[in-house]
Design a protein around this ligand. Sequence first.
Ligand code: CS2
Length: 508
Amino acid sequence: MSAEELSPALLGRLPSEVRKPGYDRATLKPGIAHIGVGAFHRCHQAEYTDDLLAKDFGHWGLVGINIRPPLLTDTLGRQDGLYTRLIRQNDELEARVVGSIVRVVDSQESAAPALEVLASPEIEMVTMTVTEKGYCHIPSSGALDLGHPDIVHDLSNPETPRSVPGILARALELRMLAQGRPVTLLSCDNIPSNGIILGNVVRAFAKRRGGKLADWIEANVAFPSAMVDRIAPATTEADIDTVERRFGYRDGAVVVGERFRQWVIENRFAGRVPRWDLVGATFVDDVTPFEHLKMRVLNGAQTTLSYLGVLGGFEHTFETIADPLLARFVSRMLTEETLPTLMPVPGVAPAAYVEQSLSRLTNTAIRHRNHQIATDGSQKIVQRLLNPIRDRLAKGESIALLSVPVAGWMAYLIKASTRFGRGWQVSDPFADKIAAIADRIGSDSKALADSILAIDAVFDPSLTANATFRAHVIAGLDGLLSNDPMGFVGQVCAGPTDARLKQPSRSA
Ligand code: CS2
């Protein structure tokens, strides 16, 4: 007999070790809409909100909206929004049922269901995790990509939008026309200055539409930036089975995360705000130093380990960082090259932060696949690698280590091309373009690097004009495409990093 499914009726009968919502869900009213109810949201903002409701109950229930697959009605919807959040830290396992999501809305087929929620007066806060590419911005500049097919569609069909900027602009227009209540749009994605980019794309879209909308947005909408952090990989069947085996019930919406969590939010709101600061989030005037710290150190390390890990034959982050060479590489890269680019962060010792971040990545119970982190690298490397590289070059400092994962991203996509034997399946908006380059050029590393560096949506032309940067990327690509990519990483790691440019390039 299969186990009973998680439901409000089951809550009272769950094993005592499973923590339950500490408030009366039946009286909870929605006040927040969240777009993109994936593992990260369920492990982060929804958990903070659950904490807040237990501490200071108010009208801050969450309406979860998906505008892309998967369907929510099949999982969370069946369970009345309830799900289990597991914390896994090596051998430790801790379970909690989160109750902050009061309703789920599937809006994959049409934007109408999402618009109805976003425009309703009870919603005062809209949070989102729509992945980096959801913003339809040009990664190297942060501007709205007017050539993006969904943006082209939405500008011609503004009442039936498909893109996040188009949906938000339409929702704001409906708010303006119907009730005029202010709203805060809070990005929780790992893009640089996420509030500024979200504001850019929504305002740019609204301006193109003409009329009063752009002015209304100026007066009534806030776009705070935020730094969000918790490692929460995609849920697997094994996670679902763990809940059934250990706690005796079935939950199709389980999420697994590490113990560490952090949320730093810019104090810039358009109306009432859930007091997430009462339960561990921090409200600050400027998120930038926190954001640089997190994206350059933790995310920079993850991205580096993902590309070098795949090239070295490793499946997950924890296995990759258990490799002594790759552990040493990433630790040197962060300490010697990334750390000096960081702004002072109140209350944080940067070296200790690096150590803590690397230690988080060794957690053997968090099975974060290298291919998952490697996904959409074109949308990630600017903030994780290229911005610190640019800062170092401006000061004449070495980039011998930071340039290796940039070449790693290229090698990862090149090796997925037909000409290179389709080493693995990839997903990146620039994957086809890079596969076509690889198929055309073959194994000449310099020509490959030159063509990829010419993609100015990723590489700012002022960066690619830098001869040191180009030389390092070419040498890196040459080494990583060779028969012994780990031997190359070993060479880079062996000596003082500045020595590397003097080594002859294989294809030169
Ligand atoms: C990861 C992030 O897949 C990825 O890009 O680097 O999801 C990362 O785990 C989170 O940002 C951690 O807070």
